[in-house]
Design a protein around this ligand. Structure first.
Ligand SMILES: *Cc1c(COP(=O)(O)O)cnc(C)c1O
Length: 221
């Protein structure tokens, strides 16, 4: 059978994305997180060889399988968890990820604190805000976010770097991006993880400091 999905030219696509990011950022630093969920290690390796070090994965087990071997050859890679985290996976997540972007409930905070203490390591943390208050979506409710962020700040100190959000599908994302950025400003948090393949330039114009790009880099899923 013929492979109907041509292998994308990762280096050229990365260079093009970096140009678009730089143009939208207008002199600010914005980090590209390459979202590699469902993609094979060979494509991730191609991105690493092209100089990309930061990656995002949604599932702890899939990330462990792909990235544990890759880290041997690329010890400076920077791995982010961007999918929901179950408390029974927290220990593995603490050992594997450099940044966990989906802290969204007190029970998870308890589990993270316990695991970090036990393992003697603490990843950087972002609070995920359910910025559109969608019932099916992960993240702390919009109206509970201020209190939760204050509590996480008190608990985790400087390990809490910022906020992450995914706006509702089909809506103009800009008002949601601006709301998330205002919230981060209010709490003095430097990292704002907003923007994906279809809207990262808008997110950057609204104040994103890191964008999470999957399909525009690695192809559709
Ligand atoms: C899959 C995913 C992305 C990347 O989405 P693309 O549209 O492929 O760029 C970003 N953030 C999260 C949380 C995701 O689950």
């Amino acid at each position: 059978m013929r492979d109907i999905h041509p292998v994308p030219d990762i280096a050229a696509t990365l260079a093009d994305l970096q140009r678009r990011i730089a143009r939208a950022a207008d002199g600010r630093a914005v980090d590209l997180i390459a979202v590699s969920k469902t993609k094979p290690a060979a494509l991730i390796e191609a991105a690493l060889v092209a100089g990309q070090l930061a990656f995002g994965e949604n599932r702890v087990q899939e990330a462990a399988l792909k990235f544990t071997p890759l880290r041997v050859a690329h010890p400076d890679l920077d791995l982010h968890l961007i999918g929901p985290l179950q408390t029974n996976k927290v220990r593995d997540a603490v050992l594997l990820f450099d940044q966990i972007e989906t802290l969204d409930r007190p029970k998870l905070a308890d589990a993270l604190a316990t695991a970090a203490e036990r393992e003697g390591m603490m990843p950087n943390l972002l609070v995920q805000v359910n910025i559109g208050d969608e019932p099916q979506k992960a993240g702390i409710r919009r109206d509970a976010a201020d209190g939760f962020i204050r509590a996480m700040r008190a608990r985790f100190g400087n390990a809490l770097l910022g906020l992450m959000a995914i706006p509702p599908v089909g809506a103009d994302p800009a008002p949601y991006f601006r709301d998330l950025v205002a919230m981060a400003d209010h709490h003095g948090l430097p990292v704002r993880s907003i923007g994906m393949s279809d809207d990262f330039e808008t997110a950057i114009e609204c104040g994103a400091t890191q964008v999470r790009i999957g399909s525009a880099l690695f192809g559709g899923r």
